[in-house]
Design a protein around this ligand. Structure first.
Ligand code: 26V
Length: 796
């Protein structure tokens, strides 16, 4: 949006008052924070509609190829603040709100997070949507409009308690419902052959209705749609039953249909194998593909053009039923023969792998797929047969094995390109899970290292640092993060480093007075703020962090007058409701916090804070205040990580293993500006196969032994709570906490030492920021456009 077209503060004020009165139906004297927030949101939304309609029109008029991002998760967070930033409405908006006597922060904080995702995979999809718009790439995101996003987390007696999340319990000002874009989605039933053509007669069906949210790009010139599908019944009411007086039964069709878009599955590692999950995956996929084909037919008509006009990205295997579904639509609805339909589908489809953990690789029983999607089961067999015949593959390779459908193999075989999400991860995808398919299809697997949007994760969430960057190198970094390299010369400028430190300190003070104060923790802002925030998983090794904390506490106790560096350990993250071991780690962190925070001897040197209900908004407060970023997964297990990138660009130093994108972060920022420890992926694999590795490592580590002993003695809550955790650590330790413990402990002492040299630390932080440009999701999206989608770069 040209500067001249940006609204003035007065114009914004008037629009807000207009929406307060005419949309909310409230006079200013009666308005609640909620009323004001909606009035502000509608005011901002109005400014998005022009660029949105313009973008849709431009793509159609140019007959442009479009990108379709299919994802079961979009972890968006709040929208208002991000929209204000991208439309560049500051400082006018701040002034408008001031004129109205409103506190901008209170208005922004009133918005519930759109928590339609579990973690990294969902947040990546949200960053990608923002970058696609910022790059003016014509695109749609397709997902599900879950009524309940990721559960809320509370702690009771230190243990996680989940309660339902309820973001749609209030009007959602950002969406536009499109009742004209509704598709019927069938399930079950039987397949009949009529004149040599398959006809599927579904036994049940629901309507997928489109709810569109505009996603505005940086500068406000382009907006793409995030189209989320809501499930609705084909028949609202069984009138016969209603008239017969059975009112509950009469509403059954409605209740049944709506369960499809009711809740987000809260488990991001274990494949749940539930019928409802499979139905959700098909619901999203079929609605998206019907919508894509409708638009394509309206614009082009000739199916031979499909791969030239449609690029579909499957975010993990969750929408992998897209292969068979697209073939089904092309065969059964458009009359193409199988081979042609298969070829066209493969020309459109691509698949991103996000994990190598065997327990997270989706597999469905042939029985379940055959019952829920009988026509698709037939087509899956046809795809598998065709691949067997044309690839010359060995017998153990394929989609259907015994009574299991392997969704990874299905996605791979139906994709033009398959990609991993960091250099290391892509190597492992090639060499491990998909080694055989890689041999059969060399070149199909490519790398696209993840990235994050600098608009939300720097300009919006860290105004103190953003202002310093603007003053030092200009504002261009927001659209071109490589320009951060211009900071390099300033890393030796004492004046700049002072301002950098002041910005970080201000963020730490705000965190201490806000979130942490609410927990009863009041840390010294000059202590190291050491942060580990992410889902709780064994492989991410929060246990390693808490054991190191215990060992450090014990050491301080032995020498309270030693030369210690004060530290605050901050944890954040949720465990899947059924992940028993992860929950016991949460309990342990809270128990350890209770004991340590209460210890008068160590209180000024070591504190622990674990705010409940970590989410996108909390990340926006925590990351800018971090000095140290914990990226300590067992090497070879974290596909990429994206939190690691956010910390780096906000000037936190990383303590980490050679895992995922840590490898590339270290290459970019320089080995001397990164605290590396631990086994490599190769060494870790070898170590795991050594019998008794855990016991041997613990026996050799005085610090680790003591930490485990203190837990077993009941120094932190009841010892019995932790017997299983202790037993697993001594006897199994599949993620090598013990093998890496001493190296981690030593690296942490190195952190202590370096932090005491204030200027040295600040210099390292400056270099981390200056060299983080690569980790913008703009770079990632350009890579997908070039290597996967074959969509031309857009010149603004
Ligand atoms: C699996 C399942 C299984 C069934 C129920 C719901 C559900 C939801 C998600 C998943 C897969 C999660 C995989 C994932 O989140 N991977 C993460 O992807 C990030 C973005 O590429 C990456 O940075 C992280 O390293 C990787 O763990």
């Amino acid at each position: 949006m040209p500067v001249s077209e940006r609204p003035t503060a007065e114009a914004l004020r008037d629009q807000i008052l207009h929406h307060l009165t005419h949309t909310q139906g409230r006079g200013p004297e009666f308005a609640t924070t909620f009323d004001w927030r909606l009035a502000v949101s509608y005011t901002v939304r109005d400014l998005m509609v022009g660029p949105w309609v313009g973008a849709i029109r431009a793509a159609r008029d140019q007959g442009a190829k479009r990108v379709y991002y299919l994802s079961m998760e979009f972890l968006i967070g709040r929208i208002l603040g991000d929209a204000i930033i991208n439309l560049q409405l500051e400082p006018a908006m701040g002034q408008a709100l001031q004129m109205l006597g409103l506190d901008e922060q209170v208005i922004l904080d009133d918005e519930p997070d759109a928590a339609l995702g579990n973690g990294g995979l969902g947040r990546l999809a949200a960053c990608f949507m923002e970058s696609l718009s910022s790059l003016s790439c014509p695109a749609f995101g397709y997902g599900i409009r879950y009524e309940h996003g990721l559960f809320r987390q509370r702690f009771e007696g230190g243990q996680q308690v989940e309660t339902p999340e309820d973001w749609l319990n209030q009007p959602h000002p950002w969406e536009f419902v499109r009742i004209d874009y509704s598709y019927e989605i069938g399930f079950k039933g039987h397949v009949e052959t009529v004149d040599g053509r398959a006809v599927w007669h579904p036994g049940e069906s629901v309507i997928a209705r489109a709810y569109d949210t505009p996603v505005i790009g940086w500068g406000g010139d382009w907006a793409n749609s995030l189209r989320l599908w809501g499930a609705h019944p084909t028949t609202l009411l069984d009138l016969g039953r209603f008239n017969a007086g059975d009112h509950t039964a009469a509403a059954e069709p409605e209740a049944l249909a709506r369960t499809l878009s009711r809740v987000l599955y809260p488990d991001d590692t274990t494949e749940s194998g539930k019928e409802l999950r499979l139905k959700q995956e098909y619901f999203l996929t079929s609605a998206a593909l019907q919508d894509i084909l409708r638009r394509f037919m309206a614009e082009h008509g000739d199916l031979a053009l499909l791969p030239g006009k449609v690029a579909i990205q499957l975010n993990d295997t969750h929408p992998a039923i897209a292969g068979p579904e697209l073939i089904r639509l092309l065969m059964d609805e458009h009359g193409l023969p199988f081979e042609r339909a298969r070829e066209l589908a493969q020309g459109c489809l691509n698949y991103t792998n996000h994990t190598l953990l065997p327990e997270a690789l989706e597999r469905w029983s042939t029985w379940l797929v055959g019952r829920v999607l009988p026509r698709h089961m037939q087509i899956i067999e046809m795809i598998d047969d065709h691949h067997r015949q044309t690839s010359g593959r060995p017998a153990h390779v394929g989609i259907v094995h015994g009574d299991q459908v392997h969704m990874g193999e299905l996605a791979f075989i139906m994709a033009g390109r398959v990609n991993g999400v960091s250099a290391l991860h892509t190597d492992l995808v090639r060499d491990t899970v998909f080694a055989d398919l890689n041999r059969l299809h060399p070149g199909r697997i490519v790398n696209q290292t993840n990235g994050v949007t600098p608009r939300r994760w720097l300009r919006m969430s860290n105004p103190a640092l953003a202002g310093l960057l603007d003053d030092t190198i200009g504002t261009g970094w927001t659209a071109d993060l490589d320009l951060l390299a211009g900071l390099e010369p300033h890393a030796d400028d004492a004046g700049f480093l002072d301002r950098l430190r002041a910005a970080k300190r201000a963020n730490k003070v705000a965190l201490s007075n806000g979130l942490l104060a609410g927990l009863g923790v009041r840390p010294d802002p000059d202590a190291i703020f050491d942060v580990q925030v992410k889902r709780i998983h064994e492989y991410k090794r929060q246990l390693l962090n808490v054991l190191e904390t215990i060992a450090l506490w014990h050491r301080i106790h032995e020498d309270p007058n030693g030369d210690w560096t004060p530290r605050v350990k901050i944890f954040g993250g949720k465990a899947a409701p059924g992940y028993w071991l992860a929950k016991s780690v949460i309990h342990l962190i809270n128990d350890v916090a209770a004991t340590i925070n209460d210890d008068p001897v160590t209180r000024d040197l070591l504190q622990i804070a674990y705010p409940p209900n970590y989410n996108v908004s909390m990340a926006e407060d925590l990351i800018p205040a971090a000095d140290l970023s914990e990226q300590i997964s067992t090497a070879g297990k974290e596909a990429s990580g994206t939190g690691n990138m956010k910390f780096t660009m906000n000037g936190a130093l990383t303590i980490g293993t050679l895992d995922g994108a840590n490898v590339e972060i270290r290459e970019h920022v320089g080995a001397e500006n990164f605290f590396l420890f631990g086994l490599t992926a190769e060494e870790a694999a070898a170590e795991k196969s050594r019998p008794g590795h855990a016991r041997a490592a613990i026996e050799a580590s005085e610090d680790m032994k003591i930490a485990l002993q203190l837990i077993a003695e009941g120094r932190f809550g009841r010892a019995e709570s932790y017997y299983s955790l202790l037993d697993r650590t001594w006897n199994d330790d599949p993620f090598l906490v013990a093998s890496d413990f001493d190296a981690y402990f030593a690296a942490q002492r190195d952190v202590d030492r370096v932090y005491r040299d204030q200027a040295g630390w600040d210099r390292m932080a400056a270099l981390n920021i200056a060299r983080s440009g690569f980790f913008s999701s703009d770079r990632t999206i350009r890579g997908y456009m070039r290597d996967i989608w074959d969509v031309p770069p857009v010149t603004p």
